[in-house]
Write a protein that binds this ligand. Sequence first.
Ligand code: NAG
Ligand code: NAG
Ligand code: NAG
Length: 413
Amino acid sequence: MHSMANSLTISILVFLLCVSADGARQVPYTINTNNGRFLSCLNSDVGICKSMVETQGYSCEEHTVTTTDGYILSLQRIPAGRSGVTADKPPVLLQHGVFSDATTWLVNTPDQSLGFILADNGYDVWLANTRGTKYSSGHTSLSPSDPAYWNWSWDELAAYDLPASVQYVYDQTGQNLHYVGHSLGTLMALAAFSKQQSLNMIRSAALLSPIAYLDQITTLLGKAAAYSMIGDALYWLGIDEFLPGGEAVTNFMNGICNITNIDCSSEFSLTSVVAGPPCCISPSTMDAVAKYGPQPTATKNMLHLAQMVRQGTIAMYDYGSEDDNNEHYGQPTPPVYNMSSILNDLPLFLAHGGQDYLSDPADVQTLMGALSDHDADKLLVLYPEEYAHLDFTLAGNANQVVYDPIMGFFSLN
Ligand SMILES: *[C@@H]1O[C@H](CO)[C@@H](O)[C@H](O)[C@H]1NC(C)=O
Ligand SMILES: *[C@@H]1O[C@H](CO)[C@@H](O)[C@H](O)[C@H]1NC(C)=O
Ligand SMILES: *[C@@H]1O[C@H](CO)[C@@H](O)[C@H](O)[C@H]1NC(C)=O
């Protein structure tokens, strides 16, 4: 009761701060509550359509879809270009990566952001937001303050979130769709497609910074963090929500930076040491990204990713013992996602960068090896050498380097 009263007080406080900030400069008020959750009022009541799309002169629709395990996800649709001409090309679903949400496709200028560019080129644009992010934090029976709300990893994103969003867009439009994923959004797709999940509604998939194998990641910090998390799995499993900027994660990262002797003092340098040095992201874009804030994810999801770094496999979440795996999967080791069972005629566009520490070129080669039977004319690879992980969504020149080729690929499929 005590903590409920507390969060009520804090909610009222945030509400008052937001109201008083309204009309003035948009100031992100962030309050660190007792349990480490941040409450931010920045655009909190208006949603992505109002705050980021309509402000640029585009029409936009807010939608929600409920997954079969009860998570209520928001989707934004941009049904027409800036000129007002309604889309005459197929729907495209954009799926963001971890710590991010749909804002990542909109944060640059309309001529630089994939969400707007696709709309201006006649595509019916749909933006997904995975469970746990700010605009997809609803659930039919749980709240983000319940540990059970955070009981998932990317297994569930592939098994529930992706199918729900794809089915919803299909039902609304009556058309098969193109898929664009970045980072974790590629892993969700590869995992789902390897089980033929949702494929009957997919026209093609463009995977930016593909993640399937992670054992070659070049970032010392990422490796140290992964090994350390697995070593302390019991502690971490008690945290439920992995919140960048929250106390547990901040202390953890400070410790890792210290033992690896890496300077993590600014957000920009931290991004560079983890995801690779971006070639082409302007400081104002980084500021805008920081304004929308990193999004939380489940600690279980981070542990699952850490397992991939250590084990070099693309498999389901490892419960840590043969008994526990037997209980969940009926076998002592977690079932593997078989990349070779992705249908050979699924049109695939893989874009990966030479400076990407997370989607490392060596790991992408492993994925390419698993796809070696793929129809040659259905697999396109783009390799901008200067690109790091975040350049694919945020670089000022991604319109020419990546998005034009993607639209060329779509027009063939
Ligand atoms: C988490 O989900 C698994 C099944 O996926 C279940 O076995 C386990 O009991 C759940 N744990 C909690 C804390 O809800
Ligand atoms: C880093 O580690 C050293 C030695 O373990 C310790 O003395 C120091 O206080 C740490 N610094 C920070 C900023 O945590
Ligand atoms: C993966 O799928 C391919 C193609 O369907 C199959 O030949 C191969 O045996 C599978 N591998 C495993 C480990 O199941």
